[in-house]
Design a protein. Structure first.
Length: 267
């Protein structure tokens, strides 16, 4: 089985955001705002990349999709952050329809003779060290359910919502179905659709979904730039500082070290 993850790193898509912009140029200006980009890089370095580096099963591809107009200073910084991760592949695209561009990116790396397990991460999310390994195990036990069905969803609902910062990590436990960071879709060979073709909250309309018990399997980053938080009336989550036991869970499950987080955000 082939495993592919995809992360949209400030890609100026047409559509795909809850924040509306009149033109691709206006969207790029919003995305490349220096304050926003600084926060995105810090979250990416503090949460996402440690968990990707620590995967117990290293046989996967991690696509990072950026705009072809990404300023050079950000492209160079991104390349340096990813250069020690052999699974990481940066792909550049001009502004285009969100789902179609993400589909093109994933299919460019697919072996269409194999079952493909696909997941998506935002640039402030993390997954458990055994995420890739568990995807393979869970998909293998459900080959019969996949056969002839085109696709099935595998959902790990147990995780955290968390925010890193100069004081460490504030977090809360959550157990919610179809959170993007804890979700994957298995596709039969030669199926051209991808995990990005479907709204994660509506997967049950299109395929069989298997909800899997596990230790905490994801961290969903919480910050002021979350696209899903831009609508009026969205209240902030009730996060609290991690105690010693919580810090140990983040270190052991996600390779996220509280002291490293403090250093990243104090620079």
């Amino acid at each position: 089985m082939q495993v592919i993850g995809i992360c949209r790193f400030s890609y100026p898509a047409i559509g795909g955001f809850q924040v509306h912009h009149e033109t691709p140029a206006a969207r790029a200006a919003y995305l490349y705002d220096p304050a926003r980009m600084e926060e995105r890089f810090r979250y990416f370095e503090a949460f996402t990349l440690p968990s990707i580096r620590a995967q117990s099963d290293p046989d996967f591809t991690f696509l990072v999709v950026v705009g072809d107009d990404l300023p050079d200073r950000y492209g160079e910084r991104l390349w340096h952050l990813l250069e020690d991760i052999p699974q990481a592949v940066i792909q550049e695209y001009p502004p285009g329809p969100h789902r179609e561009v993400m589909k093109q990116a994933i299919n460019s790396r697919r072996d269409h003779e194999s079952i493909t397990l696909q997941f998506r991460l935002d640039d402030d999310d993390a997954v458990g060290r055994d995420f890739v390994a568990r995807l393979r195990t869970e998909a293998d036990t459900r080959r019969g359910a996949l056969s002839g069905k085109r696709h099935i969803a595998l959902d790990f609902s147990n995780g955290y919502i968390a925010a890193p910062g100069p004081d460490g990590i504030h977090a809360m436990r959550t157990d919610k179905a179809f959170m993007t960071a804890g979700l994957a879709v298995a596709f039969e060979p030669r199926v051209r659709s991808t995990v990005m073709n479907y709204s994660h909250v509506r997967l049950g309309r299109f395929m069989s979904c298997f909800h899997i018990d596990s230790p905490p399997m994801y961290v969903r980053g919480h910050n002021r730039w979350n696209d899903s938080r831009q609508a009026e009336g969205i209240e902030p989550e009730d996060l609290g500082p991690l105690d010693a036991a919580g810090q140990a869970v983040f270190r052991d499950r996600f390779n996220i070290d509280t002291e490293a987080v403090r250093r990243i955000f104090r620079i």
